[in-house]
Design a protein. Structure first.
Length: 519
């Protein structure tokens, strides 16, 4: 084994001696580059793959978590200005379990766990404050669990339980501040779900009393239910514009398919009624009346003339019942009066109508068509007009207006764009350009220095790197160039001169020739 190694080393030394300075320089550079590349790969492979453990931490939680991980001999990488911690991927789950066992990271909001430990001696006011804090914390946790929401802050205004409190004093109110993830935007359905979630969790809290904003200060909840006239007017204007855009889109889609894109313009103006009207009407049905009671009052008065006759006034004379015809009454003294009173129940109908919502009072539609080579006939314009009436729901009985006309469209001129400086039109930044130029300069310097070193080494022994084949080829060319063949004396002189110029190369050639002959 030792002899084999010694023989191998001697062969390597002999091969190395055969190379010239330029070849040796190239080999050394290749070896250095190989060592650097292999070392870089080994170093890059030895660096652990860090993965994010927790982010958006408070500084106190980050400090405690790093202390726990250092005690467990787990490498830690701090980022995001100290608010995020990364660990090697192999230790990710074990680090999470370790921190969870110690209660880290701590939740900034406190829920109903405030009441887990009994606290004696607290006043009623302190208990109410703790209840409000717990309720706010639970709502914050619930809202933060929704997709797209990074964090939430909930502020509640709970009414006081007073006997003679007014209606406004018994109203609960809530304000919610949402921290969204990046450029995520919440839809109306998600915002309404948050509003109803909070209003359903707090007693005496109406959805209209919940205000939702994001971290940029944008209002996300609908404030049109307030009594402020400006807010109501703004919301009504938004609804009106939305209705106009919707109708314009319906008409424009039909005209674009029929006449091509850019050959028609549709504009719709809608006047809407947002009033809240309540009416009550009562009608009576006299034909179907029903008598409920009837009362008859009768009065009879009679008396004789000349004051004759005895007996009390108003009392008739005694007459036998067996002979009623013998009774005589003076007709001119007789006075009889009867009164009949009947009470009826008349059926009645009461109808209450409340019109609350949005209705269209009047609509105006203007349609402009691009004029072609030939003008459209009145029949064609009438057909388009009738089509738009049916598509948009134009009510002529409501005095809606619709106009269809055609005219020549002018070409839209492109907006004038001011020329920007040439350095602003470069697709890459100046820092990137300077970094690239610096790298090119460094490579140029290294290449130039290496070339100068190689030239200096070759200048010291310019013929030592010439191989044997090249020497033989040049010698054959010189012999072929001569007119007469060289004598033996001249050939020996040429060989001697060759050996003097390249002694090492000739010696190596002779040594190899001897080895080949021995084999």
């Amino acid at each position: 084994m030792t002899n084999d190694l010694a023989k191998l080393s001697s062969q390597v030394v002999q091969v190395w001696k055969q190379f010239g300075p330029g070849q040796r320089f190239n080999i050394m550079v290749a070896l250095v580059l190989t060592v650097v590349i292999v070392g870089g790969l080994l170093y890059w492979g030895s660096i652990p793959d860090y993965r994010l453990l927790y982010s958006d931490l408070s500084l106190s939680d980050a400090a405690q978590m790093r202390e726990q991980l250092d005690e467990a001999k787990i490498d830690v990488k701090i980022g995001q200005s100290g608010m995020s911690i990364s660990v090697p991927s192999s230790d990710l789950y074990s680090a999470r379990l370790l921190l969870a066992s110690t209660g880290l990271p701590k939740d900034s909001s406190s829920g109903f766990e405030l009441f887990e430990e009994p606290k004696f001696g607290l006043t009623d006011f302190a208990q109410k404050v703790n209840y409000q804090r717990a309720l706010q914390g639970e709502l914050e946790r619930t809202i933060s669990a929704m997709q797209g929401i990074q964090g939430a802050r909930v502020m509640l205004v709970l009414p006081k339980d007073q006997l003679f409190a007014s209606k406004d004093e018994k109203k609960a109110q809530a304000s919610i501040l949402l921290t969204l993830n990046g450029s995520v935007s919440l839809g109306d359905a998600q915002i309404q779900s948050i509003i109803h979630l909070v209003s359903g969790s707090v007693q005496s809290l109406k959805p209209s009393d919940v205000v939702v904003t994001d971290q940029s200060g944008r209002m996300l909840s609908n404030v049109s239910k307030t009594d402020d006239v400006f807010d109501q007017g703004s919301e009504q204007l938004v609804l009106q514009e939305r209705a106009e855009k919707r109708l314009e889109g319906k008409a424009q889609s039909i005209l674009d398919r029929a006449m091509g894109i850019g050959n028609s313009i549709v504009r719709v103006s809608v006047q809407m009624d947002f009033s809240d009207v309540e009416q009550e009407a009562q009608s009576y049905d006299g034909a179907n009346r029903v008598a409920t009671s009837e009362r008859v009052t009768s009065e009879d008065q009679s008396g004789g003339g000349g004051g004759g006759g005895g007996g009390p006034a108003g009392v008739m004379a005694n007459v036998k019942i067996s002979d009623p015809g013998a009774m005589q009454v003076d007709e001119k003294d007789k006075n009889k009066k009867e009164e009949l009173v009947t009470e009826y129940v008349v059926p009645s109908t009461i109808s209450r109508t409340r019109r609350k919502g949005i209705s269209v009072e009047q609509m105006s539609v203007a349609i402009c068509l691009a004029q072609g080579e030939t003008a459209r006939t009145e029949a064609e314009l009438s057909n388009i007009r009738q089509l738009m009436i049916s598509a948009l729901g134009v009510n002529l009985a409501r005095e809606d207006l619709i106009e269809v006309t055609e005219m020549t469209f002018q070409a839209i001129e492109a907006p004038v764009v001011l020329a920007q400086p040439w350095w602003n039109q470069i697709p890459v930044g100046l820092d990137t350009i300077f970094s690239g130029l610096g790298s090119l300069v460094i490579l140029g310097v290294v290449f130039g220095v290496g070339k100068r070193v190689k030239t200096a080494m070759l200048a010291s022994a310019p013929q030592l790197d010439m191989p044997v084949d090249e020497i033989q080829r040049r010698a054959q060319e010189e012999l072929a160039a001569e007119e007469s063949p060289m004598s033996l004396q001249d050939q020996l002189a040429a060989i001697t001169e060759m050996a003097q110029k390249n002694p090492k190369t000739v010696a190596s050639w002779i040594s190899n020739s001897v080895d080949w002959n021995e084999e």
